[in-house]
Each structure stands twice: as structure tokens, then as C-alpha cells.
Ligand binder design. Structure first.
Ligand SMILES: *Cc1c(COP(=O)(O)O)cnc(C)c1O
Length: 360
């Protein structure tokens, strides 16, 4: 299918940021956005690119009250050829539809999603920063403008893609990872099996914020979430997936329904297996992690996500006790994963999986 989205160019282009050190995350939105409507009976229609700007929502719009919302997140990177690289965007298209299914939002043709992403990125590609670690962040999302207080799925939706220039996750040197302090969260939970944990939806984030505050109060950057039922098994790190290297073997929590299936998680598993590592997806008891930390077999731990790619965990904090991992030194596997994934994403290394990089 050949999509041809009309483009209305802005007449008041914004000044692009010049200092890549202060880009932050979600500060510098580009000049345009993609917008498309859904109406029952008609499907998704009228996809177009318009100047970036506020959208008007009636205060009685159902999404504002009941949170029938979804979002995605991916990045475009400038490659050495001067074009842009997307990383496995088909995975975001598939996940969008899984989220939509859970949230009772109508599905979207994967080709349409991909065409929309490519079209808006192309229009604002000059906003892609080039400093190491920086990228153009792509945020597709769906909101309903339908006015209703009935707790029912809406019949009208808006699909919007906005873009922003984002800074390096690791300040200073893009390949110099550092280990973070992570608070093991004993009381609050992120998601329960049967709930919306596997969907990329706003409510999961809203309910997790209080724990992030608590983590900051404890001098930690993020929380390690445990399962909702027994508070005994490891689930995710903040809004990233968790990996542990114990006695040479790599383990990550299996997707039980309360864990968000990250594109980076999937990529890490596939790369590690290709490189010959043993990777287990299974339930991991917190007790097993602490035991390994204490007997010296917890060799590495890291979080994965689009924002950080790989974020090593230096210390786990539990009941006011510190459990340092690998003496807080960034492990070889964490560094190797970061270098290879990020290298592929920016086109410095060849796409060793063949179809992970989509050039636009
Ligand atoms: C988005 C997200 C991730 C990471 O997914 P990626 O596709 O790797 O960016 C992990 N956990 C949660 C809760 C998320 O929302």
C-alpha cells in the first residue's frame, strides 16, 4: 500500500537547539506532527502531517477521565551515510496492536503505522541531533476525543506522532556506562497478572510514580518492581526490563502478563543467544538474586529500554542494606551489549541480524 499523507508546513519554524548537552528528554519538540482520526464504521482515516501544536479536547473527553490511552516509543538515529536509522519499528507496530487489544482500542494496520512514522520523521529529519548518544525520539500515541462519562470503549480516536530531539542518556561520554542504585520496592506494585502491565498505557506509569519518588528519597535512581501477589519475584526496573548474569548464565523474568515486552529486551535475548550465551526466561526470586550477590556469583545486572539501551545496575538497596553488584564495576556483557546495540542503531556497526535496521 502506498500511503501519501498530505503535509501542511509550519509558517513559523522553531529555532532548533544548538547545545546537545542540554537536550533532555521531551524538551525540544519538532515543527510538525502526524495526526489521524478513527471513527467507527470508517476506520483510521485522514492521516496527515500538520504543524506541531496543541490539540483541542473537550473537558468531557473519556480518555481524560478513564485513561483509555496508549503510547509507543522508538528512536531515529543519524547514520554515517547521512540518512536515518530506525531500530526494529515493526516490533513497535506489533506491540501497538497488542496494547490496543488490551485497551479496547481498534487495531491499526502495521504498514500504516510504519508509513506514518517514516513520513513524519522524514519531514522533521533536520531536527535529529548528531552528538554521540543523542537521537530523535518518536512518540506515537492514541487518545479519544469522544465526550462521554460512560465507562465504555470510545468509538472515536486520534492517533498522533510527535517527535523530540533528545540528549544522551549517559552524560559526557556516550559509551561510558555507569551503574545505578536501585531500590527494591516492597510495598507498591507496578502491575498484576491480568492487569495492564504488558500494555504500554498511561495508567501503568501514573501508578508507578509514587515509588520513583520513594526511590529518590532513598538516594536511588529507580525501583526494582516485584510481583504483585507474593512480592517475591523480580519483574522490572522502573520502566525498563531487568537482566541478571548469575554464574555465567543470563536470566531475565519471563513474560507472565505483568511485564512489558520491551523491544530492547527481545533484542538483548536474541543477540546474547547468537553470541553463544545461555539465556533463561523464567521467574527469578529476589532471594536468589541476593544470595548470588552475597556469594559472589551475581556477576552483572542491567536494565534495558529504548531510552537507555543498556543501564547497568551497580547496587540493589533492600531494607536499608546495600547489595553491590560486581563491586559496582560495569560488567563486560553490559558494555558489550551496549556497544553492539548502540553501534548498530547509529550505523557504526553492520546490522548483524539482517533486518533490525530500517533506513529512511
Ligand atoms: C517501554 C517500556 C519498556 C522498554 O521497552 P523498549 O521497547 O525496550 O523501549 C520496559 N518496561 C516498561 C514498563 C515500558 O513501558
Amino acid at each position: 500500500m502506498d500511503y501519501n499523507f498530505p503535509v501542511t508546513r509550519t509558517t513559523t519554524p522553531k529555532e532548533k537547539p544548538t547545545d546537545c548537552k542540554t537536550l533532555g528528554f521531551g524538551k525540544y519538540f519538532t515543527d510538525h506532527m502526524f495526526i489521524m482520526e478513527y471513527d467507527e464504521g470508517q476506520g483510521w482515516h485522514d492521516g496527515r502531517i500538520v504543524p506541531y501544536g496543541p490539540i483541542s479536547l473537550d473537558p468531557g473527553s473519556t480518555s481524560l477521565h478513564y485513561g483509555q490511552l496508549m503510547f509507543e516509543g522508538l528512536k531515529a538515529y543519524r547514520n554515517p551515510k547521512g540518512t536515518l536509522n530506525l531500530f526494529r519499528p515493526d516490533m513497535n507496530a506489533k506491540r501497538l496492536n497488542r496494547t490496543n487489544e488490551r485497551m479496547c482500542i481498534p487495531p491499526m494496520d502495521e504498514e500504516l503505522f510504519l508509513a506514518a512514522v517514516k513520513a513524519i520523521v522524514k519531514v522533521d529529519e533536520d531536527w535529529t541531533p548528531t552528538d554521540p548518544g543523542t537521537s530523535l525520539y518518536i512518540r506515537p500515541f492514541i487518545v479519544s476525543p469522544e465526550v462521554s462519562f460512560s465507562v465504555l470503549p470510545a468509538k472515536k480516536y486520534l492517533f498522533i506522532i510527535i517527535l523530540c530531539a533528545v540528549g544522551a542518556y549517559y552524560e559526557g561520554n556516550e559509551s561510558k556506562l555507569h551503574g545505578s542504585r536501585i531500590l527494591v520496592e516492597e510495598n507498591y506494585i507496578r502491575a498484576a497478572v491480568g492487569g495492564t502491565g504488558a500494555a504500554k498505557t498511561a495508567g501503568n506509569y501514573a501508578s508507578g510514580m509514587i515509588a520513583s519518588y520513594k526511590a529518590h528519597d532513598h538516594g536511588c535512581e529507580e525501583v526494582l518492581w516485584l510481583d504483585s501477589k507474593e512480592h517475591k519475584y523480580v519483574e522490572e526496573v522502573g520502566t525498563s526490563n531487568a537482566f541478571f548474569k548469575i554464574n555465567g548464565k543470563i536470566v531475565t523474568p519471563e513474560l507472565t502478563g505483568s511485564i512489558l515486552p520491551g523491544v530492547t529486551r527481545d533484542s538483548v535475548i536474541k543477540l546474547l543467544r547468537k553470541w553463544g550465551y545461555e539465556v533463561e526466561e523464567r521467574r527469578i526470586e529476589l532471594a536468589e538474586v541476593f544470595e548470588a550477590a552475597e556469594n559472589g556469583t551475581l556477576e552483572e545486572a542491567w536494565a534495558t529500554g529504548t531510552a537507555c539501551v543498556i543501564s547497568p545496575i551497580g547496587v540493589l538497596v533492600y531494607k536499608d542494606k546495600d547489595y553491590p553488584i560486581n563491586n559496582e564495576v560495569v560488567g563486560d556483557v553490559s558494555q558489550k551489549l551496549y556497544d553492539n546495540l548502540y553501534g548498530m542503531q547509529i550505523g557504526k556497526l553492520p546490522d548483524e541480524m539482517g533486518d533490525w535496521i530500517v533506513e529512511i
